[in-house]
Design a protein around this ligand. Structure first.
Ligand SMILES: Nc1nc2c(ncn2[C@@H]2O[C@H](COP(=O)(O)OP(=O)(O)OP(=O)(O)O)[C@@H](O)[C@H]2O)c(=O)[nH]1
Ligand SMILES: [Mg+2]
Length: 298
C-alpha cells in the first residue's frame, strides 16, 4: 500500500525548522543560521522511504512583522499551515508555548489539520524541563504524538518519521524517488551566499540583504559559473557587506563556493556583486553602482 502526503514544518523563528528539514531528507537544501528569521520562503523537501513519500514544507518562523517582507513571510506560514495533510509544530523542548505557537495551533484547529509536536534541541536542554512543556502543549491541542528530537544530532528522527507515516494518507507518489527538493539550483546558490553573509554580519544588516542568482551556466570546460547579486537596503550597508579591502565578500564567497561545489558536485566559478536598492524591504527601486568579487578557476 503506497502512501504520500504533505507535512508542514511550523514554529516561531530559530527553533530549528530548517535544520530539521535538512536532517529529515539527508541533504542541506535549507539555509541555517543562529539568527531568527533566516528562512523567507517555503522550501519543499522530499523523502521517499519504501512505499511512503513524505513531502515536507519548511516555512519562515511566525513573528511580528516589521515590514512588507515580514508580512509576506507570515502569509507563507498561514498558507502552508492550511493546505497540508499533517503539521509538525516545532518548539524548543524546554520552552513553554507562547503567542506564535498559540496562533499556529488555532490555525491548525480551524483547518482540521492533524499535528505532531516536535520538541527540538533535546541535546541542549535539561530533560526535567521537558515534561511540564509537554503537559502544557497537550492541554492546548490534541497532538497525535509528542516527539522529542535533536535535529542537529538526528536523535529521535526515526521515531518522528514513524509517527508521521501512520498519519499520511494512502496515495500514489507525486515526485520521482530520487527527487529531493523543488528548489531550483540557482535559488539554492543564492541562498548559500545569504547564509554566509547572515552568519558574518551583525545588527540589522543580515535582515536587510537579499541575494539573487543572475547567471548559472556550465562552461565548455565543465566549470559551473555562478553570478550572485547581493542587494542591500541602504548605501551605508554596502561598504560593510564588502568589508575592508573586500574581506567580508571574499570570506562569504569562499565559504559559499565550497558549499556549492559539494552540493552541485562540480568546480564552481563564483562572482558576487553588491548593489543598493534603497528600502527594497518595503519598495523595490534599484540605484547605485556595483562591486564585484571573483573566486575559483578563471
Ligand atoms: N543544540 C541544537 N541546536 C539546534 C538544533 N536544531 C537547530 N539548532 C540551531 O538553532 C539555530 C536555528 O536553526 P534553524 O534551523 O535556522 O531554525 P529555523 O527554525 O529554521 O529558523 P527561521 O528560519 O529563522 O525560522 C541554528 O543555530 C541551529 O544550528 C538542535 O537540535 N540542537
Ligand atoms: Mg529556517
Amino acid at each position: 500500500m503506497k502512501k504520500c502526503g504533505s507535512i508542514s514544518i511550523l514554529g516561531r523563528p530559530n527553533v530549528g525548522k530548517s535544520t530539521l528539514l535538512n536532517t529529515l531528507i539527508g541533504e542541506k537544501i535549507a539555509i541555517v543560521t543562529p539568527k531568527p528569521q533566516t528562512t523567507r520562503n517555503t522550501i519543499t523537501g522530499i523523502l521517499t522511504q519504501g512505499d511512503t513519500q513524505f513531502i515536507f514544507v519548511d516555512t519562515p518562523g511566525l513573528h511580528k512583522a516589521q515590514n512588507r517582507l515580514g508580512d509576506r513571510m507570515n502569509s507563507y506560514v498561514y498558507e502552508t499551515a492550511k493546505g497540508v495533510d499533517l503539521a509538525f509544530l516545532v518548539c524548543e523542548a524546554d520552552k513553554m508555548p507562547g503567542r506564535p505557537e498559540k496562533i499556529l495551533m488555532q490555525t491548525l484547529a480551524e483547518n482540521d489539520i492533524p499535528a505532531i509536536l516536535v520538541l527540538n534541541k533535546v541535546d541542549a536542554v535539561v530533560k526535567e524541563k521537558m515534561l511540564p512543556v509537554m503537559a502544557a502543549y497537550a492541554e492546548l491541542f490534541p497532538f497525535k504524538a509528542l516527539v522529542p528530537v535533536s535535529a542537529q544530532t538526528g536523535d529521535g528522527i526515526d521515531v518522528l518519521l514513524a509517527e508521521a507515516e501512520k498519519l499520511l494518507p494512502e496515495g500514489e507518489h507525486i515526485f520521482p524517488e530520487d527527487e529531493l527538493t523543488d528548489q531550483p539550483e540557482r535559488v539554492l546558490a543564492a541562498e548559500l551566499v545569504r547564509e554566509k553573509l547572515m552568519r558574518m554580519l551583525k545588527d540589522e544588516i543580515p535582515y536587510s540583504l537579499t541575494c539573487e542568482c543572475e547567471r548559472f551556466a556550465t562552461r565548455e570546460d565543465g566549470v559551473l559559473e555562478i553570478n550572485i547579486l547581493i542587494v542591500c537596503d541602504k548605501p551605508s550597508h554596502k561598504s560593510i557587506v564588502i568589508g575592508r579591502n573586500g574581506s567580508v565578500l571574499k570570506e562569504a564567497g569562499t565559504k559559499a563556493r565550497a558549499d556549492m561545489e559539494k552540493l552541485f558536485g562540480t568546480t564552481v566559478f563564483l562572482q558576487l556583486w553588491v548593489k543598493v536598492k534603497e528600502d527594497w524591504l518595503n519598495n523595490p527601486n534599484f540605484i547605485n553602482e556595483m562591486d564585484i568579487f571573483f573566486d575559483g578557476p578563471k
